[in-house]
Design a protein around this ligand. Structure first.
Ligand code: C2E
Ligand code: CA
Ligand code: CA
Length: 767
């Protein structure tokens, strides 16, 4: 029980309010006890002084009482001593008359003894020791204390004069305990009086200075004592008046005051404790509220406190609220910054995905969600050729255009040149191709940036939920696949998602994995296709073309896997292998034969290609002029300067450089002027178009004429018929490549192929 209440107190004291209250109460109690102590001490001192005063004044009262008693006795005695009859009886020695007179005096004056002391010391009518009294009487003393038996007694002497002194009439009043007690009762305060002979005083009383108040404790409690001398009428006797006053009794008068003081203290303490608890609550309660608010705030709830209470608490509460506001504001800023793009001010990808997730949760067949994934075409070229400021301006213009055209949609920048558009609540019957058309119009146009016209185009992929995907991730992924398709279809296009894209994507993903394994396992082989000179009538070299012997699917065309290798970067190790392998194989061919190796843009962009080429030549022992590197125009998209630097390094190595697939890309003739290519390979799409008539003739003629002027060879790809060969010959083309001469063949078949081509030529020449 005790332990429990103790722990309960311990528990209570842990709170600030209880602690303040406890401190207050303890302080108050100490203060009260101290006050009480001081008050009690003061009362004790006061009471003692009072008692001493009482004792002093009572001593005087006793003296007066004694004096007046003695005068009374003397007066009564004088009346008798002057009486004629008495004097006559004394003179005649009439003892009977004297004794009866003394008897009646004793009764009248109410004294214990009345007697006559004669001049010779003999006594008539009493038991007194006359000789002991004589010396004092003869000295003229007439009042004092004498001994009467064992008691002390007051005595008054009146001379008997006839007319000469003939004796003394002595009146004696006994001071036995009862008499003294009677005297004591005359005092207002309980004071005990004793009259004792000096010789009978108790030792501790005998030591006290006469007439001074002293304190004794003889086992009956503390007492004030005053011992004073009484005049003596008898030789050998010295009377002492002893007055005692019990301190306890003196203090008793102040008991009420004590009790009152105790009550006042107790009341004061209780009132103080109550006030302390109130004050502590006044401080602790707002603090507790503040703590609760802080806890709620920490738990994520926006919580403010009421500004009330003492001023310090108020200002604390106000500061807390200000802090909550400031933190909230900063959180908002951080949130905004984390959810928006700095350049365009648009929401970022994260924000878009959050919004998309919410939209997708609400979508139904009659409230569909449309996601458009937008990629600005050739943004890198714009950036590189016109500067980053214009690049940024284009992005802002695209952002603005989208927002203006689709005010109800969420337009976000995903980063780089990618944007997203989110439209929700699209009704079942609504034709989304209208949205696609609007997008194409805003995104494919001439924009004015910094007062400069910039022709901008973008590719768009669109996916619509819930048909294309049931969740945000899926929908965005579908739009991405559609965008991928739009990109590969050409620039400025828009493509809607279709399930086959998904299948294609997973096929690509699988192929990527397979490709990694194939590189590790060396499942590739180079085939060689002859490059035939029309004017010289002979094979001047071979183009190395990669083949993949897939362990499950058999031979896979480079047209399929090269783009994937290019995207994933696997083309770098793969291309390096092709380069070394082509050099190794070609080094075994007759001196007049060269080998052409395809170099992808990704390879050209990677560092260290030039040294790989040099190593491949050195290791194989192939002479540099026998190696020809084929690059496509797309290498100029991006960093033109770097591309040119690499091409010049090739030239410095003595390697030949051919421009592949000419006519498919930008076909910018300016590239031809920027670098002295050794050969231009006209893309097979032009060559095949030759047969259909039309403008192909003119184009090929223009190319061959320009190439001639620039000192470059021309080669036509994909020549399958003798007619085409003749047409190309007449258009001034130098070389051809195609099934007409031969399909690509394995390395082992190259020499045989050479022989058969040349013998066929000889037959043709002979024929
Ligand atoms: P490309 O450089 O334009 O190579 C010529 C392609 O045309 C070869 O396809 C070849 O087989 C094909 N071809 C040749 N003559 C004819 C013809 O008369 N008619 C038709 N229809 N086609 C003809 P292939 O071998 O399938 O290669 C496709 C593409 O893959 C190549 O086009 C080239 O861009 C790329 N490629 C092949 N090997 C490599 C390589 O080692 N590295 C890199 N980076 N790319 C390679
Ligand atoms: Ca080629
Ligand atoms: Ca080509």
């Amino acid at each position: 029980m005790f332990a429990r209440s103790k722990s309960l107190i311990g528990l209570r004291v842990r709170s600030l309010g209880s602690r303040i209250a406890l401190v207050y109460v303890v302080l108050l109690a100490i203060l009260m006890v101290a006050t009480l102590f001081v008050a009690n001490s003061s009362i004790a001192i006061f009471a003692r002084e009072n008692a001493e005063g009482d004792l002093g004044s009572n001593a005087r009262v006793f003296d007066q009482i004694i004096a007046s008693r003695q005068s009374q006795m003397a007066n009564a005695g004088q009346v008798v001593a002057r009486d004629f009859g008495f004097r006559e009886a004394y003179a005649t020695g009439d003892t009977d008359t004297l004794i009866s007179a003394l008897q009646s005096l004793r009764d009248r004056a109410n004294v214990s003894e009345a007697a006559i002391v004669q001049l010779d010391g003999s006594v008539i009518g009493g038991d007194l020791d006359g000789t002991a009294l004589l010396p004092r009487l003869e000295n003229g003393k007439d009042r004092g204390v004498i001994r009467l038996g064992k008691d002390e007694a007051l005595a008054a002497a009146v001379p008997i004069e006839m007319p000469d002194l003939a004796g003394w009439l002595i009146l004696v009043s006994r001071l036995g305990p009862a008499d003294v007690a009677q005297l004591s009762r005359l005092s207002a305060v309980p004071i005990e009086a004793h009259v004792v002979d000096r010789g009978d005083l108790a030792p501790h009383l005998a030591q006290l200075p006469l007439g001074k108040i002293g304190e004794v404790d003889d086992g009956n409690g503390e007492r004030l004592v005053r011992v004073s001398p009484l005049a003596s009428l008898q030789e050998g006797s010295e009377g002492r008046l002893v007055l005692t006053h019990s301190l306890e009794a003196a203090m008793a008068r102040y008991t009420v005051l004590h009790v009152a003081l105790m009550f006042i203290s107790l009341f004061g303490m209780l009132a103080g404790a109550w006030a302390a608890i109130r004050i502590s609550r006044g401080v602790a309660k707002p603090l507790q509220q503040l703590a609760e608010a802080a806890r709620a705030y920490a738990a994520g709830a926006v919580s403010k406190v009421r500004v009330s209470g003492p001023s310090e608490v108020r200002s604390l509460a106000a500061s807390f609220n200000a802090m909550v506001e400031a933190v909230e504001e900063r959180e908002q800023q951080i949130l905004h910054a984390s959810l928006h793009d700095v350049l365009t001010g648009l929401p970022n990808r994260r924000f878009f995905i959050e919004k998309l997730d919410r939209a997708v949760q609400r979508q139904t067949a009659s409230a569909r969600t449309l996601v458009a994934f937008i990629d600005v075409d050739d943004f890198k070229t714009i950036n590189d050729s016109m500067g980053h400021a214009i690049g940024d301006g284009v992005l802002c213009a695209v952002a603005q255009g989208l927002q203006d055209q689709f005010p109800d949609a969420m337009v976000a920048r995903f980063g780089g040149d990618e944007f997203g558009l989110l439209l929700n609540g699209i009704e079942a019957g609504f034709d989304c191709t209208a949205i696609a058309r609007s997008l194409e119009i805003v995104l494919n146009r001439e924009m004015t940036v910094d007062e400069r016209p910039v022709l901008v185009s973008s590719s768009i992929g669109i996916a619509i939920g819930p048909d294309d995907a049931a969740n945000g991730d899926g929908l965005l992924n579908s739009a991405d696949l559609a965008l991928y398709r739009a990109k590969s279809d050409g620039k400025g296009g828009c493509h809607f998602f279709e399930p086959s894209l998904d299948a294609e994507a997973s096929r690509r993903r699988r192929m990527e994995v397979d490709l990694r394994h194939a590189i590790r396992d060396g499942d590739f082989e180079l085939y060689f296709q002859p490059l035939y000179s029309i004017s010289e009538g002979r094979v001047k070299g071979f183009e190395a073309l990669m083949r993949w012997h897939h362990r499950e699917h058999g031979m896979i065309s480079p047209a399929t896997f090269i783009p994937i290798a290019e995207e994933t970067g696997l083309i770098v190790p793969l291309g390096e292998w092709a380069l070394r392998e082509a050099c190794r194989v070609a080094a075994q061919w007759p001196d007049g034969l060269s080998v052409a190796v395809n170099i992808s843009p990704r390879q050209l962009g990677a560092d260290g290609l030039a040294s790989t080429v040099a190593q491949a030549l050195a290791q194989s022992g192939l002479a540099a002029p026998r190696l020809e590197l084929e690059i496509t125009e797309s290498v100029f998209i991006g960093n033109v300067e770097k591309t040119l630097r690499v091409l010049h390094t090739f030239q410095a190595l003595g390697v030949r450089v051919a421009l592949d697939d000419f006519g498919t890309g930008y076909s910018s003739l300016s590239y031809l002027r920027s670098f002295p290519f050794n050969k231009i390979k006209i893309d097979q799409s032009f060559v095949q178009a030759l047969g259909d008539g039309g403008s192909a003739h003119a184009i090929i003629r223009a190319i061959t004429t320009l190439a001639d002027a620039l000192g470059m060879e021309t080669l036509a790809e994909g020549v399958e018929t003798a007619e085409l060969l003749e047409l190309l010959r007449s258009e001034g083309c130098d070389m051809i490549q195609g099934y007409l001469i031969s399909k690509p063949v394995p390395a082992a078949a190259v020499l045989n192929l050479l022989r058969s081509v040349h013998s066929a030529d000889r037959k043709a020449v002979a024929g």
